[in-house]
Write a protein that binds this ligand. Sequence first.
Ligand SMILES: N[C@@H](CCC(=O)N[C@@H](CS)C(=O)NCC(=O)O)C(=O)O
Length: 218
Amino acid sequence: MSEPLTLWVDDTFDSPWAFSAFIALTEKELPFTLRGLSLERGEHRRPGFGARTGRIPALQRGEYWLAESVAIAEYAAENFPYPGHPRLFPEDLARRGECREVQGYVRTGFEALRAERPSRSLWGARVTAPLSDAARADADALLAYAAGRLAPGARSLFGAWCIADADLALALQRLVLNGDEVPRALADYAAATWDRPSARAWHALERPAGPITSPPRP
Ligand SMILES: N[C@@H](CCC(=O)N[C@@H](CS)C(=O)NCC(=O)O)C(=O)O
């Protein structure tokens, strides 16, 4: 590899999009340095952080900077292709399109669900308040979509694991880990990705002790 890779993320390690980018690079078996920035202290607005969007996650490779978690996964897939590296996207083009559908779907909408079951609760204090009607409607839409996509007993969307499994698993874990009712098959599906070595490596990152005062990530 010509230039080393650095993945810039939040130093609280609770951004769902940072999670996705971390999983993408880890599943590709790429060596990379993980750099955490305090969004609370505005470190992502200081010189030295070169993402044009000013947001994490961002991938740095020498002078090259790339933000947006889906773009980072696609960059990794195209620059470090199969068979030299494991696949992130399905081989079949129809399924690959659907993989991107899942990625897009979980990244848009669901505002009420994301606000009431923030990703921070997946690695920190759980939320106990019941879902509002709006968040319940979001949850029902998500569960119906996931159930419609998954074959009975499936542990991945398209036969072999792909990056959309990480994104959909995280969306479902917002409900599962906070004790909301989720059909067993969907909970088992989400747990399968949550237990992959790549996800375990993210779960194991050392997070700041004590209460985090910055607004929770969506
Ligand atoms: N669509 C982007 C979302 C990235 C994003 O919203 N990052 C947030 C943290 S979760 C951020 O950097 N916020 C700081 C800011 O916007 O000032 C992706 O998928 O990477």
